[in-house]
Design a protein. Structure first.
Length: 141
């Protein structure tokens, strides 16, 4: 009987841990989508509030700091976006790494940039909550 109770307790805690991890992953996916939504809605102050002061973005055009990232987003007209193949890993309890494909319709500086991109973001949890510290995307071929 003692073995059965011990097994039941272990199973409960394992399921609780998996449930908590799944919920944290969903939270991070929701945060990532919310940032994209701020771009689509042209809510630049809300976009900025999701970035750490030492944020870096890496793109074909170059490496952005926080100010350059916000400036570039202001030049975008994002009509639509959708995520697929999303994965979330937590290298530690305060860091989340997301990788995903994002399919977009829109322009940047008046140029059509619609397509499917492979993307990655790193979020870090500090005193101010979860903030984006890194993002990159490259057009899928």
């Amino acid at each position: 009987m003692k073995k059965v109770m011990s097994f039941a307790a272990m199973t409960f805690f394992a399921l609780a841990a998996v449930s908590l991890a799944a919920s944290e992953k969903d939270t991070m996916i929701d945060k990532e989508k919310a940032v994209w939504q701020t771009v689509q809605d042209k809510k630049y102050d809300a976009f900025r509030k999701n970035l750490a002061d030492d944020f870096r973005g890496v793109y074909r055009e170059g490496i952005n700091d926080t100010d350059k990232e916000v400036a570039d987003v202001k030049k975008a007209d994002l009509k639509s976006f959708s995520f697929s193949d999303v994965t979330v890993v937590f290298p530690d309890k305060d860091t989340a790494l997301l990788t995903y494909k994002v399919t977009t319709q829109g322009t940047q500086d008046g140029k059509d940039v619609s397509g499917t991109y492979n993307a990655a973001s790193v979020w870090h949890k500090g005193a101010g909550g979860w903030l984006g510290v890194f993002h990159t995307e490259v057009k899928a071929e």
